[in-house]
Ligand binder design. Structure first.
Ligand SMILES: Nc1nc2c(ncn2[C@@H]2O[C@H](COP(=O)(O)OP(=O)(O)OP(=O)(O)O)[C@@H](O)[C@H]2O)c(=O)[nH]1
Ligand SMILES: [Mg+2]
Ligand SMILES: [Zn+2]
Length: 317
């Protein structure tokens, strides 16, 4: 029996990098189902194995194998799909989540970034925000962009600005990824695959898409997550772009606890179970009013709460 890491897979075939000989094996799941040790509460899991999963498997030939079991995940970046009826894991066992957004085409959205940050924080995974296509920064968005970057930096999140056109920030990105397993997440068309291709010429065959004119959004080019090995110990999961990053959360009370900007104020709310909406003497809302907490972060918080309430109503949570 060997242990390895799933690099990528479609439908029922998974490519596994074996720990012992560092070779790739084309594997299928033994039997038809996999014991995933995960309570899905009647939801369907899109795929039982994703890039980054650790499995034990038997080699059946020098290039093929049979997967017996998925090992317990250290962490996983999950989202809900199909109105909450399906759970999709984007990557598992990662050291850091790289949230990629673009300055323009498509324009960056703080709500998306906040949901990703929130998901990573719930999982205790470090996150980095990459603003790609910095070459497209013009006066119209410069001020808002600067404000946003400043806000995230102040909250303690690392931000990077990159461009595959000018090469800006690519070396810094490489340095940030070195020796770690990272997952690139972001909307379709922000340039996740382009960045990975830029990091190593060996990845030049990676599929890069165009932007669909009609929606001013990317046409989905990457259709499944795939792990790229930059060096022996540096791995990057390129995940398909997502329109919606519906958060997946097990415990609704996690919402408050994972807005780090609220931490200093929460203890001063009148009610210990304050949800910071319309309760009297809410220290969080007061901090928002006087500008000590960013308004856009508070908006994101409310929207995440709303999502969770809806899921509860439809008994998905
Ligand atoms: N101007 C500019 N264009 C870029 C940059 N990075 C990527 N692009 C373009 O953006 C488009 C989308 O790039 P992709 O790398 O396919 O985007 P993706 O995030 O992988 O998209 P999905 O696979 O659909 O999730 C392509 O036309 C790229 O050439 C950049 O830094 N500057
Ligand atoms: Mg892609
Ligand atoms: Zn409150």
């Amino acid at each position: 029996m060997s242990v390895g890491t799933v690099l990528w897979g479609v439908k029922s075939i998974f490519y596994v990098l074996s720990d012992d000989d560092k070779k790739e094996y084309k594997c299928v799941i033994k039997g038809k189902t996999l014991n995933t040790e995960f309570n899905l509460k009647n939801r369907r899991e899109v795929s039982p194995l994703v890039a980054g999963d650790r499995v034990d498997f038997d080699k059946s030939s020098p290039t093929e194998g049979l997967i017996n079991r998925r090992l317990k995940r250290i962490n996983e970046i999950k989202r809900l799909k199909s109105g909450g009826r399906e759970v999709q894991t984007l990557a598992a066992n990662i050291d850091q989540l790289v949230i990629v957004d673009s300055i323009y085409n498509p324009p960056f959205r703080t709500f998306f970034i906040d949901r990703c940050l929130f998901t990573a924080d719930c999982m205790n995974v470090k996150s980095i925000i990459v603003f790609n296509k910095i070459d497209l920064l013009d006066e119209a968005v410069a001020e808002f962009y600067k404000f946003t970057v400043g806000a995230y930096e102040k909250l303690g999140y690392k931000t990077l600005e990159t461009s595959i056109v000018t090469g800006a920030g690519i070396d810094e990105l490489k340095e940030t990824l070195k020796g770690k397993i990272s997952s690139f997440n972001g909307h379709s068309g922000v340039g996740k695959s382009s960045l990975i291709a830029k990091l190593d010429p060996n990845f030049s065959s990676i599929k890069i898409g165009g932007i669909s004119k009609k929606f001013d959004r990317g046409v989905h080019t990457t259709t499944y997550a795939q792990m790229y090995r930059l060096e022996e110990d540096t791995m990057i999961a390129d995940t398909p772009g997502i329109r919606e990053f519906s958060i997946f959360i097990d415990k609704p009370e996690d919402v408050e606890n994972n807005f780090r900007d609220f931490d200093d104020y929460r203890p001063d709310c009148k009610y210990p179970n304050c949800q910071h909406r319309d309760e009297p003497d809410c220290a969080v809302r007061k901090a928002v009013e006087i500008g000590d907490i960013y308004g856009f972060r508070y908006e994101s918080y409310l929207r995440i709460r709303e999502t969770i309430a809806k899921l509860k109503d439809s008994r998905i949570l």
